[in-house]
Design a protein around this ligand. Sequence first.
Ligand SMILES: [Zn+2]
Length: 328
Amino acid sequence: MDPRGFPTTLPEFQRVFPNDEACARYLENLRWPHGFTCSKCGNIGEPYRFGKRTSVVLRCRACHANVSLTASTVMKSSHTPLSVWFWGAYLVTTQTPGQSALQFQRQLGLSRYETAFQMLHKLRAGLVRPQRDAIGDKHPVEVDETLVGGRTKGEGRGVHHKATVVGAVEVRTRPPGAEGKKHKTMVYAGRLRLRLVSGRGAKELTEFVQENVAKGAVVRTDGWKGYDDLAKLGYSHEPLVLDGDTERTDAHLPMIHIAFSNLKTWLLGTHHGVSHHHVQAYLNEFVFRFNRRFYPMTAFNSALGLAAHAPAPTYETLYSGEWIHPAA
Ligand SMILES: [Zn+2]
């Protein structure tokens, strides 16, 4: 068990959430930590409980108003049992690498692929916090771009269907005396941001930095001209002027290169190449897990939509292409 009370192994998870009733109790306790309070008449006290398999409803004993426990969560109006949603959220937030819809379907024993696909995307949508603070207010930030997904075989040089991803990551320094057995390096990666962009142009890159990195932050980049405006825009820009030397670039931008490398391994291993349409969703999931790797409970609650009330996509909008995955 994690010190914050979150189950860290499958047997523990099973003990904490053995059935739909246990899951419903969890939702109820989270919403009313000091006991049920009717939002309509204000009555405090034990409600009637209707443990229908899917939407769990509580009823006030005084005014008989109904409250759905899954309203404003990703589980809203779903026919899938709570316990399956909880398992799904556990898988999405704890397993590395993450899930493909097919793996997800098999592990949850779902008969329909569409159900698995839809659940997975809803859980991922729950991972995006609507309020995203700018990073870099206290730490230097590394910014770089990379290509992910797609195939280049036989397409010729310079022609590709890979997606361009720009990323920013904080470089944090451990307090003096923290070095030793436990930590090999004095610096480590802080918060990460990733975005799918249409190209490496100054407009895309500058916009990304402005929307994700606090003004005045130290921003380290390579010598690419796409970053030339950063100093003018109020950033303390540290470009590596000698471009093209891989070793020197790695030494200048170690954290973002590690993040990119992990991202690519994960995408290849889990998703076997990624369709362009869903790249941002995968980036969001990766960023989410990366940024919350020290907070499993927060991750679990966010995935279920219990902490952040991010809008979730419907199956139709996912397929029609209407749904725009919010950038993490
Ligand atoms: Zn009431």
